[in-house]
Design a protein around this ligand. Structure first.
Ligand SMILES: Cc1cc2nc3c(=O)[nH]c(=O)nc-3n(C[C@H](O)[C@H](O)[C@H](O)COP(=O)(O)OP(=O)(O)OC[C@H]3O[C@@H](n4cnc5c(N)ncnc54)[C@H](O)[C@@H]3O)c2cc1C
Ligand code: FES
Length: 302
């Protein structure tokens, strides 16, 4: 990331607050997912695309630790902030979340981590796998607000897993951005992976390109490899299993690349060193979740 982008992102990473949010909307979103809108009080800073929040579920929730969730949309309503989330109820925390009703309250730490460096010049190529679509639609909104269109690549194993496809199409159409679809089984769009599709069309896009991606780590690994092979910078939103979300518990390590290990300690971007990882491991919550792909050791990422 550029020094300026790092500093802006680091300043945002430290600006989080704990606030009480109200559930404004909570509904099924198809493909086993749900959409949640939370209204936050005015003191809560507006998140950058790629940042996340921690949702603290109150007793009688069976989970003690908060659950991290990417911000999928942000809008101001009067002096309030409305944040949207797209999630799948997969375990005890997210199933408890799924039971919240409009009017219920939830404690939120927001905004956390570093977002996508969208100010980097070049044609923004957004690569989403499955529910990775959530933070990237927010990124597409942010780009559109600054007058930039994106090329949006959306892939999944099959058509049923293209989460919220129609909503994505509507939002991207409105922005004048282009949607490229791929499914592994060919049931919708290009037959193959989203990276096979990017490989096919990349040369026809206005150069240079800059990639912002979110999806399963296996897909992000392919993004990293493709970016390195084609000299295209790539920024990827990672998911570690998290506890605190604020750099304190040291529970969300990701292995640094040899290049990042060599540069360790030189960035001086303003985040207290005690909240960062060490020379070998980055903390996903404070140094990510968005990383420059070249900063991670993909052979050791799980
Ligand atoms: C930065 C970040 C952003 C995220 N954004 C979203 C989002 O936008 N939408 C969404 O649906 N989920 C998102 N997640 C994942 C979400 O937090 C997990 O689904 C959640 O923590 C699982 O909690 P649970 O209590 O329901 O499941 P648990 O009962 O704790 O676990 C159920 C299963 O999920 C696995 N799991 C637990 N935590 C994670 C994790 N962090 N990543 C991957 N697998 C996990 C467990 O190993 C287990 O197999 C994000 C995670 C991170 C770190
Ligand atoms: S989750 Fe605690 S340090 Fe990252």
């Amino acid at each position: 990331m550029s020094a300026l982008a790092l500093q802006e992102n680091a300043a945002r990473a430290l600006a989080w607050r704990q606030v009480t949010a109200r559930v404004a909307r909570h509904q099924d979103y198809g493909a086993g997912h749900r959409w949640l809108d939370l209204v936050l009080p005015a003191v809560a800073p507006r998140p950058l695309a790629g940042q996340f929040v921690q949702l603290l579920l109150e007793a009688p929730s069976p989970v003690l630790l908060p659950r991290p969730m990417s911000v999928a949309a942000a809008a101001t309503r009067g002096d309030r902030l409305v944040l949207g989330f797209l999630y799948a109820p997969v375990g005890s925390g997210t199933r408890t979340l799924a039971a919240l009703e409009p009017g219920d309250h939830v404690e939120v730490l927001s905004p956390l981590g570093r977002g996508y460096p969208l100010e980097i010049k070049g044609t923004p190529v957004l690569v989403a796998g499955g529910r990775g679509v959530a933070p990237l639609l927010f990124a597409a909104d942010a780009l559109a607000r600054s007058g930039r269109r994106c090329e949006f690549f959306f892939g999944a194993r099959d058509r049923g897993r293209l989460v919220g496809l129609e909503e994505a199409r509507r939002r991207l159409d409105r922005m004048g951005s282009r949607l490229h679809l791929a499914t592994d089984d060919g049931s919708r769009g290009f037959h193959g992976t989203v990276m096979d599709l990017l490989d096919r069309v990349a040369l026809r896009l206005p150069q240079p390109l800059v990639i912002h991606a979110c999806g399963p780590h296996s897909m992000l690994k392919a993004v990293a490899r493709w970016g390195t092979g084609h000299g295209v910078p790539a920024y990827v939103a990672m998911e570690s299993i998290m506890a605190c979300g604020t750099g304190v518990c040291r529970g969300c390590p990701l292995p640094r690349s040899s290049q990042a290990r060599a540069a360790y300690g030189r960035s001086g971007d303003g985040v207290p060193p005690s909240l960062l990882g060490n020379r070998d491991y980055a903390m996903c919550c404070t140094e990510g979740p968005v990383f420059a792909a070249e900063d991670l050791d993909w052979e050791r990422v799980e």
